[in-house]
Design a protein around this ligand. Structure first.
Ligand SMILES: [Cu+2]
Length: 367
């Protein structure tokens, strides 16, 4: 070989096999599963929204006639920088952004959240944290899962959500789109606040979400107790949610009253406070070389991760007291189907029993 000839690069047969596998099956199926020691980190519990993102004043205040605002609206833009359907047919029509029945259900609490990136370590055995996205406050704290809302029927709220995501694809570590719209899954929300898939908005804008917290049709039997909020960006929901944009949203009422010692005879007396534990289950994949979170945006059949996280931690443990707990499980995907079971790990030490009072957000529902 002459001195100026370039060496032919060799192809790692494992990497080649993996790409063949990816092409054939849509999965990185040759990736070795990382050995992450189970049960070495405590279950993370997202802080309550009341403690970290509740605000006494929103500045500027909510505009009931238009719930979207841009921080730097382009001069002359008739929509104030808030054409909410960029690229969609009819994008220039004025969307109906007036908040329905705002005066009938005036908010008793206000919240302000900022969607932004932050560093998160899913497991202490990983070499480095991943850049993920979460919901944070003005003080710079950011959380994924986002802050847990503990709302109550009869107490309307408004949640302002700013898009502070990084610009462009280089800033996203390979997946996720820096546009967001936030949907309160399963809740009865008016369209302007519902976070529909094409109501996404760009960096530098915010949207006010008004949750009337009224029973659908005024019927208490329509009560929903366990919900979650998540990014809903059309065509990118799985990526943006996988990247961290999800949080718990619990709703109480006079029966499911968040008070275990409630003296009302109609109250359910369910475990409350620290004993009412929401669990967000999601499977994740880590790059075996860098240990960073990865996603395959070309797999439209259902991306599967090898590591199951609960509230953002791979296989955590939780110290419990010998008493009743209320665990609320939500599988946020992207694709894996689970069978959840209880088991005795130390038969001499404890016994388990469990009941499942409801599913799909409603209490008493088995659908
Ligand atoms: Cu949803």
């Amino acid at each position: 070989m002459s001195s100026d000839a370039k060496a032919v690069p060799t192809v790692d047969t494992d990497i080649l096999a993996n790409f063949v596998c990816l092409r054939e099956t849509g999965q990185f199926c040759q990736v070795p599963k990382l050995a992450l020691t189970p049960f070495v980190q405590a279950l993370p519990l997202p802080p309550d929204a009341d403690q970290v993102v509740r605000v006494s004043v929103l500045s500027p205040p909510v505009d009931p006639n238009d719930n979207c605002k841009a921080e730097n609206p382009p001069p002359g833009d008739p929509h104030g920088g808030c054409s909410l359907y960029p690229g969609e047919p009819g994008a220039n029509r004025p969307p109906d952004r007036a908040i329905q029945k705002f005066n009938l259900f005036p908010p008793v609490k206000q919240y302000e959240m900022f969607v932004r990136p932050f560093q998160h370590l899913f497991h202490p055995d990983l070499m480095q944290p991943s850049t993920i996205w979460g919901y944070g406050n003005a003080a710079g704290q950011t959380f994924s899962p986002g802050p847990t809302f503990r709302a109550r029927y009869g107490d309307p709220i408004v949640v302002r959500i700013h898009n502070n995501l990084p610009d462009g694809f280089p800033g996203n570590d390979g997946f996720g789109i820096p546009q967001t719209t936030t949907h309160l899954h399963n809740f009865h929300t008016a369209p302007e606040s519902d976070g529909g898939p094409i109501m996404f908005y760009d960096i530098g804008r915010y949207l006010d979400h008004h949750y009337a917290l009224a029973f659908a049709g005024g019927d208490p039997r329509e009560a929903l107790g366990q919900l979650w909020y998540h990014d809903h960006r059309a065509d990118f929901t799985s990526q943006n949610v996988y990247k961290g944009l999800a949080g718990h949203f619990l709703i109480y009422d006079d029966r499911d009253s968040n008070n275990e010692t409630d003296r009302s005879p109609s109250a359910f007396h369910l475990p409350s406070g620290q004993f009412d534990v929401p669990l967000m289950v999601a499977d994740k994949q880590f790059d075996p070389m860098t240990h960073k979170l990865v996603f395959n945006p070309f797999n439209l059949d259902g991306f599967l991760g090898q590591h199951v996280t609960v509230n953002g931690a791979v296989t955590p443990y939780m110290n419990v007291l010998a008493r009743k707990y209320r665990f609320r499980i939500v599988n946020i995907g992207p694709s894996r189907i689970y069978t959840f079971k209880t088991c005795e790990v130390a038969p001499s030490a404890s016994t388990w029993s469990s009941t499942s009072p409801g599913s799909r957000g409603a209490f008493g529902s088995t659908s």
